[in-house]
Design a protein around this ligand. Structure first.
Ligand code: ATP
Ligand code: MG
Length: 409
């Protein structure tokens, strides 16, 4: 049997990037031989093994054939007579379809190295169209390598366009899509992921609510960039620049969905867009079965981001409602993430990226003030049950009034 390094490990070494996980392909071996060498079998659909010591993935060279919709619609064929070239041709991009032996000799039948130099994300063969997940993967790689100057080859973009129109994207499972979306949002330029999806028409299928924001104007006084889609991309870009976690990035992407519902007669104003957007945010959340913390934060940011911007003008009672809605007493981190998302929203505007955001510290101070109310003295006064709740609220309100009065105007 011959063993080769494949995929990302070869690509990233040639790019001079750090290699984190290594995938291997094994040519000329049977499952029995692998087991005899102590490899542990994984993967239900095709023969993949874990190395007994390193734990890295070793896959038998295989071919695949499409005979139905979705990922389940593949027939895999792995046997000792499948060649390295046959295995590589089923891969998504030419830069991912190179293999390397233990002497660093490169096998590159589909010219991945040439495309690396040309900074092109290009599909290996027309079979690319057989797995719609590849549309998301290409957009994700475009986001990851944008800073190196990579773009999607025109003919690949065309294939992605056809795939998006064919209805195949709808066959993707929420789990597979979410994994790609989450990884893409955590790249340094996640806005490129959304841009590429939009360019090939996949955004309209996957997240029509986000796609609908492009072409929707906002008041120039607050939004010099005017376009709501452009604004959304900038907010996402700011979130990445500020190294925000996935929860915040997800909330940034979805915070303004309500603006896509504003009747044209009302443009460029978007009255009550926060509230109107909630059902859209919920729909996108559920479509991809986003993790609970992502779902929650996106809904809260959607509902309250304008409160965040107006923090210094809020009445103490409104501030209190805000803090209560976030359950800031038990979930301080979530409120921090809300503040971060608001700040990214404020900075994701043309020419305003460097502005200060005094609302952030003001909100933190308010949370501290409300949290400082001690429950023990109220218990000692004999408050119980619902009355205790009301008494705590009353004290918190007093604390917030004092906080607001003391705050520099
Ligand atoms: P990363 O750095 O994100 O891990 P990677 O290229 O190693 O990038 P993996 O998902 O680990 O990506 O997959 C390893 C290799 O398997 C890829 O380089 C590619 O050759 C192939 N591959 C993975 N998923 C697909 C797919 N859906 N369609 C075609 N080829 C794929
Ligand atoms: Mg990998």
């Amino acid at each position: 049997m011959q063993i080769y390094k494949v995929g990302g490990a070869v690509r990233d070494r040639l790019l001079g990037k750090p290699v984190t996980d290594i995938d291997w392909v094994v040519v000329g071996a049977t499952t029995e031989e692998m087991l005899a060498k102590g490899f542990r079998p994984v993967g239900a659909d095709f023969p993949v093994f874990l190395h007994p010591k390193s734990g890295e993935e070793y896959a038998l060279a295989r071919t695949e054939r499409k005979n139905g919709r979705g990922y389940g619609g593949f027939i895999f064929h792995a046997s000792p007579d499948v060649t390295l070239e046959e295995d590589l041709i089923r891969r998504d991009l030419t830069i991912n379809a190179m293999a390397e032996d233990d002497q660093q000799n490169l096998t590159d039948p589909y010219h991945g190295q040439r495309d690396l130099e040309a900074r092109l994300l290009r599909h290996v063969s027309p079979a690319f169209a057989e797995d719609p997940l590849r549309v998301l993967r290409v957009a994700r790689f475009a986001a990851r390598y944008a800073e190196l100057g990579f773009t999607v080859a025109p003919e690949t973009l065309e294939l992605m366009r056809q795939l998006s129109e064919s209805g195949e994207l709808e066959a993707l499972t929420p789990e597979r899509s979410w994994k790609e979306i989450a990884r893409a949002l955590m790249e340094d330029q996640p806005q490129v992921f959304i841009e590429v999806l939009r360019e090939c028409g996949a955004l309209k299928v996957l997240m029509p609510e986000v796609d609908a924001l492009f072409g929707v104007p906002q008041p120039e006084a607050h939004h010099p960039e005017i376009d709501t889609g452009v604004h959304t991309l900038s907010v996402l870009e700011q979130a990445a620049l500020h190294k925000q976690p996935l929860t915040v990035r997800w909330a940034c992407l979805l915070h303004d969905l309500g603006k896509g519902l504003t009747p044209e007669e009302e443009w460029p104003r978007h009255i009550a867009h926060e509230h109107k957007g909630l059902k859209l945010i919920k729909a996108v959340n559920e479509r991809f079965r986003a993790p609970k913390d992502c779902q929650e934060l996106a809904l809260l940011v959607g509902k309250y981001h304008t409160h965040g911007h107006r923090a210094l003008e809020l009445k103490p009672s409104t501030l209190l409602e805000l803090l209560q809605s976030f359950d800031v007493y038990r979930r301080p981190q979530r409120f921090e993430e809300f503040i971060a998302a608001c700040e990214m929203d404020a900075r994701g505007r043309k020419g305003l990226e460097q502005r200060s955001y005094p609302q952030a510290d003001y909100l933190r101070g308010a949370a501290t003030a409300a949290r400082s109310v001690a429950v023990q003295p109220l218990l000692e006064k004999g408050f119980k049950g619902p009355e205790l709740g009301e008494a705590i609220k009353g004290e918190r309100l007093k604390a917030l009034k004092a906080y607001k009065e003391a705050a520099p105007a």
